[in-house]
Design a protein around this ligand. Sequence first.
Ligand code: HEC
Length: 340
Amino acid sequence: MVRIDRLDKQAHTRAMLIRFSTFALAVCVLAACSGPKGLQPSKADVPMIAENFMLRDQNGDPFELFKFDKAPAIILMSQIDNDPVSEQSIKALRDLQKDPVAEGAVFVMINTTDGVTRLQLAQEAKRVGAPDMRFLLDHRHFVSETLGVTRGGEVFVIDPRRWAIVYHGPVDDRFAARPTPTAQHTPVKDALTALAAGQGVAFASYEGGGAPITYPPSDDPDQYVNITYTGSVAQILLDKCTVCHVPNGVAPFAMTDYATVRKFAYPMRREVRTGQMPPVNSDRHDGPFAHVEDLTDEEARTLVHWAEGGAARGEGDDLLARMVRPLPTAETATAKKPAP
Ligand code: HEC
């Protein structure tokens, strides 16, 4: 009896031990799952190549990316108001700006907050202690969308020699998704060092820890295929573009029907994204240029997303084919004059 009793006790202790070590193992596994702190690869959909864009800063001055082709590096950072990671990352970038490796590099912030005004942006720049930094207003989200931005404090390092995006992620691991208390890895500084030395940089992308950006539901790329020419695009073109884009008009191509317009879907996307069309900033104030009306944000998004979604026609009548008539030329005007 005693023997059995003792054996039972031993078995019990063994079972306890096994249970404890299973528990300990589970804790270890969980700890491993939450992973080491610091830089983790990102799953963000970041393009390899930077597209050109034009956005205005807090003073209303235009910033066109491709104008900075002589800079050794361009550093863009997504910035959200009242996001501690955005704010601290700006401070870190300002420190980096003073470093000799950053000499000549261009640093700009990209703000996506809906409805924010230039004045508010200027105030925010002052509040975070960066009044002389350029904060660009991306209220139409075109730039953030194509860069695949999902959070504040995401840095993009661009190599202007080939317009390659060489780095995407936090300034350093203090601003990573699992932040470290001190900066152990400084990928932005490392990329700048390599670019300043004329070296190539291999692409890297890490998960940041900033506040998430909220895009409007209309910015869901899965929905772009549903934007059609007959549904919305033709009306926008008729209202905002056909003063000039008519046969015999001042513009290089006429928007006469779906087939013609579809060929220009990507050029139109480019012109709208860079703020070139409609030419509201033209210094010509005569002829059709006297009546140029800008696109609303919604219209601009519709045109750009329509091109990205495949430039579908949709059902029904071709509005431009029905409405757009050639402008009279000197010849046709005289030909029509009744004989005296
Ligand atoms: C006030 C006249 C005017 C209006 C309004 C206008 N355009 Fe233009 N557009 C021009 C002129 C002039 C050019 C050629 C010079 C230039 O590119 O700046 C042009 C060029 C373009 C091009 C470049 C064509 C190419 O060969 O690549 C595109 C695309 C375009 N316009 C799209 C639009 C769209 C879309 C709208 C409406 C949202 C629009 N334009 C409104 C006058 C106008």
